[in-house]
Design a protein around this ligand. Structure first.
Ligand code: ATP
Length: 244
């Protein structure tokens, strides 16, 4: 079943078409990877889908409901959550409090929010850090906290914006395993923007390639990485496994 349907979405900034007539669908329980060179429009597309930006044209439907241009809290209520490239937890709060606040922002009363937070913090592997101040976490812990805050709303679809960036290879594997578990055991549908190709190849059921705001191609990870147009689009960029 199609859970997320994006049709003909465009977004311009003062004449620059950052996202240009992009359409794609995501099946429930699947993982879509979005790749593209720097400036291709990946984050802008994410913002249009997640409600941080209103698209100029096109539509976004989640589980049949039209969420085009809906504010982030409405998008969250419809079942979508996202992580941000720049993580901004409440520094002086504990890990658990940060996640509970996210659950309360989604509308849970304090008690239920705390229960959810306990569960989600455990789920992302931060159980033993739950009472630590969030500004004491290393980068890998902050990434997990960012995931936990997104999961606090119990989303059906989770949008991940470069969740592996800044992690060394040894730290990436457990996060990838966590994402696989979320899909397998919790049925969460995942859409992720990622520069690290090893992760795209491992996690994605299908891949959408953006270039200059447009869909260059889409298909299985194997199909798109063999596509000469994709190789061409990346020429001159840093090797993708370096992360960025
Ligand atoms: N708020 C904004 N105002 C003006 N231009 C913007 C804004 N946000 C993005 N852009 C421009 O839109 C284009 C697409 O940017 P976007 O950040 O979506 O690309 P990206 O694929 O996410 O890039 P990266 O991989 O570097 O994160 C770029 O040319 C960028 O400079």
């Amino acid at each position: 079943m199609t859970l997320l349907q994006v049709d003909n979405v465009s977004k311009s900034f003062r004449g620059l078409r950052a996202v240009d007539d992009v359409s794609f669908t995501v099946e429930e329980g699947s993982i879509l990877g979005i790749i593209g060179p720097n400036g291709a429009g990946k984050t802008t597309l994410f913002n249009c889908v997640a409600g941080a930006l209103s698209p100029d044209t096109g539509s976004v439907r989640l589980g049949g409901a039209d969420i085009t241009g809906a504010p982030p809290h409405k998008v969250s209520q419809a079942g979508m959550a996202r992580t941000f490239q720049l993580m901004k937890p409440f520094a002086s709060m504990s890990v658990l409090e940060n996640v509970a606040v996210a659950a309360m922002a989604h509308g849970s009363p304090r008690r239920a929010a705390t229960d959810t937070a306990v569960d989600v913090v455990e789920r992302v592997g931060l159980g033993r850090w739950r009472d630590a101040r969030s500004d004491g976490l290393p980068t890998a812990g902050l990434k997990r906290l960012e995931l936990a805050r997104a999961l606090a709303s119990r989303p059906r679809v989770l949008l991940l914006d470069e969740v592996l960036a800044g992690l060394v290879p040894a730290e990436r594997t457990p996060v990838m395993e966590l994402l696989e578990t979320l899909r397998r055991d919790d049925g969460v549908t995942l859409v992720f923007v990622e520069h690290i190709m090893a992760a795209v190849m491992r996690l994605s059921d299908s891949v959408l390639v953006l270039e200059q705001g447009r869909v260059l191609t889409s298909g299985s990870p194997q199909e798109v990485t063999r596509d000469p147009r994709v190789i061409e689009a990346y020429l001159g960029e840093e090797p993708t496994d370096a992360g960025s």
